[in-house]
Ligand binder design. Structure first.
Ligand code: BES
Ligand code: ZN
Length: 455
């Protein structure tokens, strides 16, 4: 092990330069304009896999963006670990708010800035470099290792389920390991044992064939923007509960043990409020901030548009109005069931004067881990050694759609060991990754593969 740790330490600066090369590729999965870049990124990841000494690595085409799969199966008596992550990134707008361009990575004050630096290129890179340190430092790995790095996580992992079903034997493993989440705070290594799911919609309203003069027609027609706000106002009640009938039927309630465990975590609601700069926090009545973020479903309008928003004034009744709505789900809610309930409810409450349609966008299942498997204890030991600090069990409010699927299909423990921080601006301008966590992440992963060899 000493040689492995030494290799990582001696090559640290080189690793950082290589991470920059990965961040330089604008692999925005949601944008057709970047299709070639996404493709290029997949091949780049494959080349890294071959360069670090894996036995094989290949780019697999799908109906969407490619999947990169690589393996090193040189330890027949030992467990097999499948590492899942993603090389695709979110869009970068608004571009003018970035201090340095999103795809020109730069290190400032111990932070690597750039789109994908933490979500998820930097965290995938941690594992690639930890594996490299084993292979180049000692010539072997203590476990069998498989890498599954996809290019569609940020758009709902649409083609990954079919890939998993078609290649179950190739992907079979004893443990799935994922680094695409955050630590509770700096210095507190964290294992994530719950993720929320997602159901995402666009609501489109039409009030007339075309825009109308607000003097000639105002008073005779229903304005679709008003109709939309009436709908939006009825999505949640005054207690912050989602008003869709039947919505809570499949929600697993918090049990006293969960509540105590969350209450004991080092998390201060007032510090959190100040950090996000909100005048006052808001959430479903009767639940703490962490309970609301991690264990309760929620609904948010992500965007709303329609009518005249240009300079000056224009007296018009718009023909259309639109909104994007995200609903975060918890176990055992199902995005399809929730989508049907949402569509029924929206068409029921829509004012009769407008035509309404609901488009289903991407979704994903929520996830809750059973932490009794020895892989969790092994991960605690490795993280404790890597960070020299006690480990906490947390959940995340975000979603990784593939996690519940792979848990169900492989029926093995899925361990989410995250090296991000909550304030690293994932999906926002000036995304960054803490370079101390990158380094300690590599060290912890080196220990983790060793720990997992004995489960
Ligand atoms: N890395 C995130 C998941 C995550 C979010 C972890 C928040 C920790 C905190 C992942 O890349 C992501 O952003 N997922 C999307 C999924 C969606 C687009 C289907 C999300 O949660 O919005
Ligand atoms: Zn993301």
């Amino acid at each position: 092990m000493e040689a492995v740790v030494r290799y990582a330490a001696e090559n640290h600066d080189r690793f950082l330069e290589e991470l920059k090369d990965l961040i330089r590729i604008p692999s925005i999965s949601s944008s057709t304009e970047h299709k070639d870049d996404v493709d290029r990124c997949a091949h780049f990841v494959k080349e890294i896999m071959l360069g670090i000494g894996l036995e094989s690595a290949e780019v697999w085409q799908t109906d969407g963006h490619p999947i990169v799969y690589g393996e090193c199966l040189g330890a027949p008596e030992k467990p097999t670990v499948l590492i899942y992550g993603h090389y695709d990134v979110q869009p970068v707008d608004p571009l003018d708010l970035w201090e340095t361009p999103p795809f020109e990575p730069s290190i400032r004050n111990g932070r690597m800035y750039g789109r994908g630096s933490v979500d998820d290129k930097g965290q995938v890179h941690i594992h690639l470099k930890a594996v490299q340190s084993w292979l180049k430092g000692t010539g072997t790995l203590p476990i069998n290792l498989k890498f599954l790095i996809e290019g569609e996580e940020e758009v709902g992992s649409k083609n990954l389920n079919a890939f998993l079903i078609d290649n179950q034997k190739m992907l079979a493993a004893d443990v799935v390991l994922i680094s695409d989440t955050s630590m509770l705070q700096k210095g507190v290594p964290s294992i994530c044992c719950g993720l929320r799911g997602l159901a995402y919609f666009q609501i489109d309203l039409r009030g007339s064939k075309q825009d109308l003069h607000s003097g000639s027609f105002g008073g005779a027609v229903k304005n679709p923007i008003h109709a939309l706000t009436e709908i939006v106002n009825q999505l949640k009640d005054e207690k912050g509960r989602i008003a869709i009938p039947g919505f809570y039927d499949d929600v697993v309630d918090l049990v006293p043990g969960d509540r105590e465990a969350l209450a004991q975590l080092p998390f201060d609601e007032e510090d959190y409020r100040k950090e996000i700069g909100a005048a006052k926090l808001y959430g479903e009545e009767g639940f703490s901030v962490l309970e609301n973020l991690w264990c309760r479903p929620t609904l948010d309008v992500c965007g709303i548009w329609g009518g005249f928003t240009g300079e000056g004034s224009k007296t018009v009744i718009p023909a259309e109005a639109h909104a994007k709505v995200s609903i975060r789900l918890v176990s055992h809610q199902d995005p399809e069931t929730v989508a049907a309930l949402f569509e029924d409810y929206v068409s029921k409450i829509a004012p009769p004067e407008v035509e309404v349609s609901v488009q289903r966008m991407h979704g994903g299942l929520p996830f809750l881990a059973d932490t009794s498997h020895p892989a969790f204890e092994a991960s605690v030991r490795a993280l404790k050694k890597g960070f020299d600090s006690d480990v906490v069990f947390i959940r995340e409010g975000g979603s990784i759609p593939f996690v519940q699927t792979i848990d169900e299909v492989l029926n093995v423990p899925v361990v989410l060991v995250g090296f991000g921080l909550p304030d690293e601006n994932a999906h926002a301008p000036n995304e960054w990754f803490d370079m101390e966590n990158y380094e300690k992440g590599i060290l912890s992963s080196i220990y983790l593969y060793d720990e997992l060899s004995r489960i």
